[in-house]
Design a binder for this molecule. Structure first.
Ligand code: NAD
Length: 370
């Protein structure tokens, strides 16, 4: 691998990679000077903590622009209008956002609300004829995810999921090295994902709004990571649950789950999802010839990575800036990322999570048909 340009050209095999050429002094990825393609005009639904992070990151986007909001809190709408120069005609609430259909100045809606609301909101946005970007987990189970995929297909709009790690340079380099055989036949993956959750009254600990507990929120990174790091779909799942705080983690809200995957090529994965341990964010991949290690592996960065060949030195990028610029390419120019970010990809994680919960309930190995 001679240069970053060669690497990115190789992994994408298209001009898509070439858009990730240079980095600015603050580490953000820049696009070619004189970029002329259309800009993706986005409305954010849900002006909470992650919505705010995305909005801030979008200030540095070249191909995507925040132009609208959907919120149930008028004071937040007012603040965002001032902060991001959003015209009143692009502001909606949860009751009237179906009328976005009549707004030619919005191309896509980014759903950044509690997980249990994604299905209905996605279907309404699709029916309004706008492209959907949805936060992870895409829904709270595979049946709901399937409805979302079907609704977007029917409405002929795109459905993308906010899998920001799929565009992270160190992650992509490890995937490329694996594809080139640098680690030999892959035999083992370990994914450890967790943080210590605070306020017991938040939606993340409400089964209806969250769909579960740590697994839905943070464990999904290990589920998804196992798939893109090993490069195969798992063929079976086993899982075990541990609970230490029954008051905080009520029925249906998981605190800690250990889970294992088997892959058709012979690799196995051993993962942990938890709401009880801080600074748990580690991926480890090993094959017959070598290893890749990432810690932190899925946080907002800087991501750290090394392999048996040495440290990975790609500069830090703001994940959400890159994600939104690249999603503009996916929506407006039909570009395909190396690791998919579409509804089908979100659905695969939900099928696996359903199987993890089933394995816990039955105490048995659950076979997967992906
Ligand atoms: P948050 O609680 O900070 O924000 C949620 C927003 O939804 C708030 O503005 C809230 O007012 C609004 N909302 C609308 N209806 C609601 C209801 N019935 N109950 C509660 N809130 C309601 O949460 P967040 O951290 O921004 O998470 C939102 C989504 O983003 C989740 O799906 C989460 O998994 C995802 N997320 C993704 C990442 C990532 O790195 N990709 C990081 C954080 C969160």
């Amino acid at each position: 691998m001679n240069s970053r340009r060669d690497f990115l050209q190789k992994i994408t095999g298209s001009a898509f990679g070439l858009s990730l050429l240079s980095t600015s002094s603050n580490g953000n990825i820049l696009f070619e000077e004189g970029y002329q393609e259309p800009v993706l005009r986005v409305a954010i639904m849900g002006l909470g903590s992650y919505g705010t992070r995305v909005a801030e990151a979008m200030k540095d986007c070249k191909r995507a622009k925040l132009v609208g909001v959907i919120s149930g809190t008028p004071s937040k709408v007012k603040d965002w209008q001032t902060k991001y120069s959003i015209p009143a005609k692009n502001c909606y609430n949860y009751e009237n956002f179906d009328t976005i259909k009549n707004n030619p100045d919005i191309d896509a809606v980014y759903i950044i609300t509690p997980n249990g609301l994604h299905r209905e909101q996605c279907i309404r946005v699709a029916k309004a004829g706008k492209h959907v970007i949805c936060e992870k987990p895409m829904a709270i189970n595979a049946a709901e995810g399937q409805e979302m995929v079907d609704a977007c297909k029917k409405a002929n709009v795109k459905l993308l999921v906010g899998y920001r790690m799929h565009l992270e340079p160190k992650t992509l380099e490890i995937i490329q090295m694996r594809n080139e055989g640098a680690f030999g036949k892959i035999l083992f993956f370990q994914g450890l994902c967790g943080f210590r959750i605070g306020d017991p009254n938040q939606w993340r600990l409400n089964k209806q709004l969250a769909g579960g507990g740590a697994m839905m929120d943070i464990g999904i990174y290990a589920v998804n990571g196992a798939r893109y790091m090993v490069g195969e779909e798992p063929s079976y799942v086993t899982a075990q649950e541990t609970k230490t705080d029954f008051a905080k983690f009520k029925e249906g809200v998981d605190e800690t789950i250990q889970f294992q995957f088997g892959f058709p090529g012979g690799a196995v994965a051993s993962c942990l999802s938890t709401y009880s341990m801080n600074n748990l964010d580690r991926f480890f991949l090993n094959g017959e010839k070598g290893f890749a290690e990432m810690q932190p592996s899925t946080g907002y960065g800087p991501i750290q990575g090394r392999t048996n060949k040495g440290e990975l030195n790609h500069p830090h990028v703001t994940h959400q800036t890159v994600q939104m610029d690249e999603m503009a390419g996916m929506i407006l120019n039909n570009k395909n990322p190396l690791v998919p970010m579409d509804g089908e990809e979100g659905l695969k994680d939900l099928k696996i999570i359903d199987a993890i919960y089933l394995a816990i309930k039955t105490g048995k190995k659950v076979d997967l048909k992906m």
